[in-house]
Design a protein around this ligand. Structure first.
Ligand code: GLA
Length: 381
């Protein structure tokens, strides 16, 4: 990976990079669509992610090349920063520069930045948050901005919400910044208090299956769910994410049928997420698996953010002996995660063929490995 990244950098900038950074993707084990109502999430940072190689420039320009968007070539960031769809991934970078500039941070260093990703895009594994946190981390380090990790999370989320226009919660930016290798992270998205808990990668595998389904409508569908949860919040005198099932039942008559289902998902998912953390604490991976399956059913039936490809993969993996399986991330396509103990790990060739025959889509499969949050890296990679 490093050799390839150096070559890419030299080819595009005629100079060798002197610094390297990495930002992981994330898999959410459980706690889905709960992070914009002050609830709980339990994600884990993974070794699929985005690498950056950087060389310093004599002038103050910031030039970026991404191997995922070759046709865009090398792009120079330009003021005034304004969202422009044809600029693609550069919007994230300019969004970050604009919020830092607004708050008086001096980005004095001229930089050449090359990006190389192992993280599938639009797959529900948080490639956009990985890019935001990567750029903030490298600008912070190289310009000595002294941003705390919490500030990095806040700026990354602000860019996603206001510059890109997706009303996402805080989970992705938080785990990508605060993640520790081989640890899941239980986050209270209301207080931002968190607890790390080891995930036993020696005896269990997280198998990721990317549906490769086009997700054109995911942002609008996501914002629609966000808005309906906003509506429900006014009926409670505490954050929705802290509402118990009895309290929900006492208030449910005030909601229409659809909102009842949406809120029921949030309430039950929070209980499952805390239970999953407790299960990890006592190494009960069977229970974790069952909670994942319940989570998927609730996302499918009550929150209605799954799709036939994800439902099919969940059922297939359970029939293959997975301890648990569910969609991960925003849904409407993206990735399914299955939990397997080492003894039951199988060959998925037949599943790939069957999936292709049924949906006319390729099925990409990855075995997740743990990785720490975004940081500068040295040595081989
Ligand atoms: C996306 C958002 C997150 C979260 C998940 C659903 O990944 O970025 O904030 O809401 O969807 O759990």
């Amino acid at each position: 990976m490093k050799t390839e990244l150096i070559k890419i950098h030299e080819r595009n900038f005629n100079t060798s990079p002197s610094l390297f950074f990495f930002s992981p993707g994330r898999v959410n084990l459980i706690g889905e669509h709960t992070d914009y109502s002050g609830g709980y999430v339990l994600p884990i940072s993974i070794s699929l992610g985005i690498y950056a190689a950087v060389s310093l420039r004599e002038d103050k320009g910031i030039y970026v090349y991404s191997d995922d968007f070759r046709s865009l070539g090398v792009i120079q960031t330009k003021e005034p920063y304004r969202y422009n769809q044809s600029q693609g991934y550069m919007n994230y970078i300019e969004g970050i520069l604009s919020v830092l500039k607004r708050d008086g941070y001096c980005i004095g260093k001229g930089l050449n930045i090359s990006l190389l990703s192992t993280l599938p895009k639009s797959a529900g594994l948080s490639s956009s948050a990985a890019l935001e946190v990567l750029i903030l981390t490298l600008l912070n380090d190289l310009n000595d901005l002294k941003l705390s990790k919490k500030q990095i999370v806040t700026y990354a989320k602000e860019v996603e919400n206001t510059y890109i226009g997706v009303s996402s919660g805080v989970m992705d930016q938080f785990i990508i910044t605060f993640g520790q290798e081989n640890q899941a992270l239980l986050l209270d998205t209301e207080t931002l208090d968190y607890n790390l808990i080891p995930f036993d990668f020696e005896n269990y595998q997280l198998v990721l299956m990317n549906t490769n389904k086009a997700r054109d409508l995911v942002d609008s569908a996501y914002n629609e769910r966000f808005n309906s949860i906003e509506k429900a919040k006014q009926y409670f005198d505490k954050p929705l994410g802290k509402v118990s099932l009895p309290l929900y039942k006492a208030n449910v008559h005030q909601f229409n049928d659809l909102l009842q289902k949406r809120v029921l998902h949030v309430v039950t998912e929070n209980a499952r997420t805390k239970a999953a953390y407790e299960a990890l604490k006592v190494h009960d991976y069977d229970l974790l698996g069952r909670l994942m399956v319940e989570s998927h059913r609730s996302l499918r039936d009550d929150f209605e953010v799954s799709c036939k490809e994800l439902d099919y993969l969940v059922d297939k993996n359970l029939s293959y002996g997975a301890a648990g399986a569910r969609m991960t991330g925003a849904g409407f396509g993206g990735t399914m995660v299955a939990l397997y103990s080492n003894e039951t790990l199988l060959n998925f060739d037949a599943l790939k063929k069957a999936y292709k025959a049924k949906f006319d889509l390729e099925l990409d499969i990855y075995i997740a490995q743990g990785a720490a949050g975004a940081k500068s890296i040295e040595g081989e990679f």
